[in-house]
Design a protein around this ligand. Structure first.
Ligand SMILES: Cc1cc2nc3c(=O)[nH]c(=O)nc-3n(C[C@H](O)[C@H](O)[C@H](O)COP(=O)(O)OP(=O)(O)OC[C@H]3O[C@@H](n4cnc5c(N)ncnc54)[C@H](O)[C@@H]3O)c2cc1C
Ligand SMILES: *[C@@H]1O[C@H](CO)[C@@H](O)[C@H](O)[C@H]1NC(C)=O
Ligand SMILES: *[C@@H]1O[C@H](CO)[C@@H](O)[C@H](O)[C@H]1NC(C)=O
Ligand SMILES: *[C@@H]1O[C@H](CO)[C@@H](O)[C@H](O)[C@H]1NC(C)=O
Length: 526
């Protein structure tokens, strides 16, 4: 019974937790239709002495798009403005959604393969945080395709900027800090279709040669299940535009369960899994997820790039936490070996969704993990969060985060991570942070677009000192009171510099790793 319920959770739980984690609380909301109307709002805000922030689809999982001042919705800045067939560029309103963008340019015989897995976010929103897909053959981040933009700056000026400007890399992955991008011009490519196939590969190969394997495909990512010793690739190759097939991605399609039921049931089921099942009883779920992935996620093998690569979201309901940490590709094999040790230590089949590993080639940006000179690996963990108690693998995930941040110098995803993943980031980025700050100073000298997210970044100390901050993900624990009641702040088992919240072994438990036996059933160690 529990397992059949959980199968439904699996189908939905990658959805955005919009509103569950970061709800922005602006004082005023405007939804301008034109660049001139954006300028009028900015001029008023300057006169009023309030801050402004662009809010697009609001699908970032942190507060990068929030302000206490004026929220400027980009919903109406969603027109196709011009197509330059010769230069192969397309200019659209910054608020156009990526799936709409893909469909619009298809009519002109173009594609833009720098997209994430989900098409409900906007072109400028994706650019803002460095959203990406996965490829070692092609640029796969949206910002890599940005070649020009129209920006309303913090002084209320309308500025056209293109790749010839030395500050242009700051416009790519701009964190909303430079101004409002009312128009963006994207480099596009002549149309091709893609043929997709999901395949399971040898786990040891994935550990050692994954980049080599990924590089054989036009687009590929890997769901890596360290405890289950499985690795499933999602692959796509370009095929000629005349190839028959009109497939679309199905993994985000509406399941046949009423929304009200899902909204009630999912948190219940998640708390139940976290509290009642032992970790080995959760292992079948991770296997089920791998099997689902292997059986494919598209309605047909061949289709147009946009609908094949990007799903369309029906609703934001499930409570999912995302962590994405990005490292140089040359460090991936070592990082995997360390992660395997941590996972084996707690004998936990987590993450149930695997470690979603994607790749990117270098791009010309200051912020954003593909700013470095070698290709990078994006390591992402989707966590099924529960509402009342720490989620499955809680301590181990905290240990993995600190391992990647501290030993592998990881850079976080600017639209997904939160709290401690941003600590000391300025120091890590070095010159890149300085170049970005210089561009921000030029476009927004008075800090009109600053917000808590940017202030945390600048202060280099993103620890938010709330009670039980390690439970709410805002810090890594330093003292016991950073953890939830009954937990102590102790060092990591494998990566010992890490500080994680654990319950000491006893009779009562919420998860297996709190028991000497590693088995927790009905809140009792058995
Ligand atoms: C279901 C789901 C799947 C996802 N899949 C992926 C994935 O596969 N890969 C990936 O990398 N990410 C993924 N993400 C994360 C997502 O790509 C980012 O959070 C993205 O930035 C959200 O875009 P948005 O349009 O909602 O922008 P928002 O979250 O509203 O804003 C993001 C930032 O951009 C700024 N901004 C937005 N529009 C403008 C503008 N016109 N001018 C100036 N600044 C602007 C905002 O101020 C803010 O700083 C996913 C998110 C969800 C919910
Ligand atoms: C924007 O356009 C919509 C629809 O045409 C209209 O209702 C709205 O008043 C316009 N907003 C502004 C600020 O002009
Ligand atoms: C500026 O203040 C005026 C008067 O309080 C208010 O009507 C207007 O909405 C404000 N505009 C912005 C952009 O803050
Ligand atoms: C492992 O990788 C090598 C080299 O990339 C490849 O030749 C071999 O077929 C792979 N084996 C499996 C089982 O995938």
């Amino acid at each position: 019974m529990l397992f059949s319920l959980l199968a439904a959770v699996q189908a939905q739980s990658l959805f955005n937790a919009d509103g569950l984690f970061y709800q922005c609380n602006p004082s005023t909301i405007f939804a301008p239709n034109t660049t001139e109307q954006v300028q009028a709002v900015i001029q008023q805000a300057i006169a009023n002495g309030t801050t402004v922030k662009a809010y697009a689809a609001g699908h970032s999982r942190n507060n990068v798009m929030c302000t206490d001042g004026v929220t400027l919705l980009t919903t109406n800045l969603n027109q196709l403005i011009s197509v330059d067939k010769e230069k192969q560029t397309v200019t659209v309103g910054g608020g156009m959604k990526l799936l709409d963008f893909s469909n619009a340019i298809l009519e002109y015989g173009f594609i833009m393969p720098g997209v994430p897995d989900y098409g409900g976010i906007t072109v400028a929103g994706a650019i803002g945080t460095g959203a990406h897909g996965s490829s070692l053959k092609h640029s796969s981040s949206t910002h890599d395709y940005l070649v020009a933009a129209k920006i309303v700056t913090g002084t209320g000026d309308i500025v056209d900027i293109d790749e010839t400007d030395l500050d242009f890399p700051a416009v790519r992955v701009n964190l909303g800090a430079l101004g409002i991008l009312t128009e963006v011009t994207m480099k596009v490519l002549p149309v091709q279709k893609i043929k997709t196939q999901n395949i399971e590969i040898d786990f040891n190969n994935a550990t050692l040669n994954l980049p080599e394997i990924i590089a054989q495909y036009d687009f590929a990512g890997c769901y890596y299940f360290p405890y289950n010793k499985r690795a499933v690739l999602t692959t796509s190759n370009f095929v000629d535009a005349s190839t028959p097939g009109n497939g679309h991605k199905t993994s985000w399609d509406m399941p046949p369960v009423p929304l009200a039921v899902q909204a009630w049931a999912i948190p219940k089921v998640l708390d139940t899994v976290n509290g009642l099942l032992s970790e080995d009883e959760v292992c079948p779920l991770a296997n089920l997820r791998a099997d689902q992935l292997k059986s494919g996620e598209t309605s047909e093998a061949v289709g147009n790039f946009g609908p094949m690569y990007m799903g369309n979201l029906f609703h934001d309901i499930a409570n999912v936490v995302n962590v994405e940490l990005n490292i140089p590709i040359s460090k991936l094999a070592d990082a995997y070996q360390d992660i395997i040790k941590i996972v084996n230590d707690v004998k936990t089949c987590f993450p149930i969704y695997g470690i979603y590993t994607r790749f990117a080639t270098p791009g010309k940006t200051f912020m954003g993990p593909n700013a470095i000179s070698e290709p990078i690996a994006h390591l992402e963990i989707h966590i099924l969060n529960s509402f009342n108690i720490p989620y499955l693998g809680f301590a181990a995930i905290a240990e993995i985060r600190q391992l990647l941040n501290e030993k592998y110098n990881a850079e976080p995803h600017y639209g997904k991570n939160w709290g401690s993943d941003f600590t000391q980031l300025n120091t890590k980025l070095g010159n890149r942070a300085d170049l970005f700050a210089k561009a921000v100073q030029r476009f927004d000298p008075n800090g009109l677009f600053t917000n808590k997210f940017l202030q945390n970044l600048q202060s280099n100390a993103a620890r938010l000192d709330t009670k039980q901050c390690a439970f709410t993900q805002d810090c890594y624990c330093e003292v016991d009171s950073d953890c939830s009641a009954g937990y102590s702040c102790v060092q990591g088992h494998i990566f010992t510099p890490a500080r994680v919240c654990r319950k000491s072994f006893g009779t009562f438990c919420e998860r297996g790793d709190e028991c000497a036996s590693n088995r927790c059933v009905l809140y009792h160690c058995i």
